[in-house]
Write a protein that binds this ligand. Structure first.
Ligand code: PEP
Ligand code: MG
Length: 585
């Protein structure tokens, strides 16, 4: 029995069988084959190469259509490499001469070439190493079975264990095939962690060496409440964790009784609690949990889960459905937040060196105007069906906001000329998630209709801590005096100019922060739907005066630890029976 510790990112405790993903290169099967098997292994290898070439040509055509011929060149280059006899013949020869199975022969040849290229010590060959690793993975994937096939073949849901999962991979696996998720990389507010919470399954990230300690089919316990994975548990451990899981579930049931109550503080202040969603269907979860509407619709997830780039009609149908499901309630739709860890890197000939500081979010949209305009057309068309606000992500300069607004105006005129019904005065806001925007909030407030503070990114850009990197996860916290000063400045600026300010980072759904956020002046919080009842319970147990006193005290502290301790203590004091677990360090 092994116990591995990571970061708890989505609650719940389950026991199940492990399915290891992305382990192709580290667990290559190796066996000696009989002379009779040589022809068959060589044919398996030829078939795998042919399959990989077909996949590459599909990718090339799709990328050409979406991002242009230049970007698609990488795939034709890879197709060419897989047709090169100097690469293929030695593998066929190895299968015959060393009587090795195809997987082992492929790995031997690719490993040797990789070493030779690395020994050249030149930038050109170093880049080619990445191409080799990519092709190696592709051909092995074909030989050992594609991951999608392995997931599809599962007869019962499994605990998915991987070094790393992208947000789109996690969303694609979703319910039905997964019981829980464990990854070696990742942090509390990384995008994939947000997807785990949206799916609603227990998840632990930053779990070092998980893929080394676990074999496919091993029984594991995943504790998404405390961030632990137990590998091959004994009977006593299994019983203890199941008991703990049942108690946590009971508490969640008690808390969920708050869903139908009004989020009003003891002194009668009405707080608006909204949900963050990735797909229209999640509106039901928002309403079920007693949310007032949607404060953040992460529209890029439609791009992350489909085979094709969604066209205007597909996008329009999604947005319209969301608005209709909300039936007149608040709906804040964020334009595409692509780039960084979402969607674009795999299509670039040369991935960005610092993608989180690169062509991301509104920058990507402004550089890819046809795509941006298509989305704006779909949004505006949906705005005819109910209230819909538009929000631009990661705005860092005023010019970006102005440019985005100009494009929006162009699209509105275009639709008017076509006689298409739209909301003629849609509210246009921005996310404040970069220090430059937070510092200049007063200026931005004059040109935006509303603000939504995105602390997930604001923390990473203020503290220079990658939100998805487990190595620096201990430095990542919103309880930072620097971050809180920026948040305070945004709230003050919004109030000064008279525009609404809300907060939609993960701390909006963390009860440890609720009193502080109310005390700082926020009256609208948007969070993962499942957290709405918990936050509602805190709201209903506090007085705004108490929250303001707490915020003032926190404002005088100069260390993260002091702030965190104080917030936890105050929450515990409020309701030790129900909030004890959340207030625990
Ligand atoms: C944020 O950065 O706080 C935010 C809500 O946006 P996302 O998590 O999608 O980057
Ligand atoms: Mg963000």
């Amino acid at each position: 029995m092994d116990a591995l510790r990571g970061i708890a990112v989505s609650p719940g405790i389950v026991v199940g069988k492990a399915l290891l993903l992305g382990a192709a290169e580290t667990h290559v099967p190796r066996r000696t084959i009989s002379p009779k098997e040589i022809d068959r292994e060589q044919q398996r290898f030829r078939d795998a190469v042919a399959g990989a070439i077909t996949d590459l040509s599909v990718l090339r055509r799709r990328t050409e259509g979406q991002l242009g011929a230049e970007t698609a060149k990488i795939f034709s280059f890879h197709e060419g490499m897989l047709q090169d006899r100097t690469l293929l013949d030695p593998i066929l020869a190895t299968i015959a001469s060393q009587r090795l199975n195809a997987e082992a022969a492929v790995s031997e040849q690719f490993d040797m070439l990789t070493q030779q290229f690395r020994a050249m010590k030149s930038d050109v060959f170093e880049q080619k190493v990445d191409d080799l690793l990519d092709l190696h993975r592709r051909v092995l994937g074909k030989l050992m079975g594609e991951e999608e096939d392995r997931i599809a073949r599962l007869t019962e849901p499994a605990v998915i264990i991987a070094h790393e999962l992208t947000p789109s991979q996690a969303a694609a696996i979703g319910h039905g095939k997964a019981l829980a998720f464990v990854t070696e990389s990742g942090g509390q507010t990384g995008h994939v962690s947000i997807v785990f919470r949206a799916i609603g399954l227990p998840a632990v990230v930053g779990c070092k060496d998980a893929t080394v300690h676990v074999q496919d089919g091993d029984e594991v316990i995943v504790d998404g409440d405390s961030g632990v994975m137990i590998v091959r548990p004994d009977a006593a451990a299994r019983e203890e964790f199941l008991k703990r899981g049942a108690a946590a579930q009971q508490l969640r049931t008690v808390i969920s009784a708050n869903a139908s109550l009004e989020p009003v503080t003891l002194d009668g202040t009405r707080i608006q609690l909204l949900g963050n969603i990735e797909f229209p269907e999640e509106v039901q979860a928002v309403l079920r949990n007693g949310g007032d509407g949607v404060g953040l619709y992460r529209t890029e997830f439609l791009f992350l889960t489909g085979e094709e780039t969604p066209d205007e009609e597909t996008q329009y149908q999604s947005y319209k459905r969301t608005v209709e499901l909300l039936a007149g309630r608040t709906c804040i739709l964020r334009t595409l937040d692509l780039g960084a860890d979402k969607w674009t890197q795999g299509m670039l000939q040369e991935p960005e060196r610092n993608p989180f500081l690169g062509l991301r979010s509104i920058r990507f949209s402004l550089k890819n105007q046809p795509m941006f305009k298509t989305q704006l057309r779909a949004i505006l068309r949906a705005s005819a069906h109910g209230p819909l606000r538009i929000m631009f992500p990661l705005v860092s300069t005023l010019m970006e906001l102005r440019q985005a607004r100009l494009i929006l105006r162009d699209v509105m005129e275009e639709l008017d000329e076509e006689g298409v019904a739209i909301d003629q005065r849609p509210k246009v806001g921005i996310m404040i998630e970069v220090p430059s925007a937070a510092l200049m909030a007063r200026t931005f407030a004059a040109e935006a209709d509303f603000f939504s503070i995105g602390t997930n990114d604001l923390v990473q850009y203020t503290l220079a801590v990658d939100r998805g990197n487990e190595r620096v996860a201990n430095l990542y916290t919103a309880a930072s005096p620097a971050v809180l000063q920026l948040v305070k400045n945004v709230i003050r600026s919004g109030r000064h100019v008279g525009i609404e300010t809300s907060l939609c980072g993960e701390i909006a759904g963390d009860p440890v922060f609720t009193m502080l956020l109310l005390g700082m002046g926020l009256r609208t919080l948007s969070m993962v739907p499942a957290q709405i009842p918990v936050v509602k319970r805190v709201v209903r147990s506090v007085d705004i005066g108490l929250c303001e006193r707490l915020a003032r005290k926190v404002g005088s502290f100069d260390s993260e630890r002091q702030i965190q301790t104080m917030l936890r203590d105050e929450l515990r004091k409020l309701d030790p029976a129900n909030f004890g677990g959340w207030a625990a360090a």
